[in-house]
Ligand binder design. Sequence first.
Ligand SMILES: [Zn+2]
Length: 95
Amino acid sequence: MPDSNDWRLVGQEKYLQGVELCFRKYRPYPKNADWDHDHCEFCFAKFMIDDLPDALHHGYSTLDEYRWICANCFEDFQEQFQWKVVPCVGESSSC
Ligand SMILES: [Zn+2]
């Protein structure tokens, strides 16, 4: 079980404590189409559209899609961070 010494914890509680997340298919940040990938806020796993072997294609994002969390880290930290999972909104509906 993770604890406060987990290497992945570097102060995310400042901006991720208790936020709403939705599980969705990865897409680049809508406000900046130049980004073609993102990283998990905790373990830095890579999210991208391209079908690379180590790339993730689904994850939990904040509702503005600015921050992404992989399924593993979601499982590990959901109790600590008290996330609220809500249905996806917007056109990215193929969750
Ligand atoms: Zn992760």
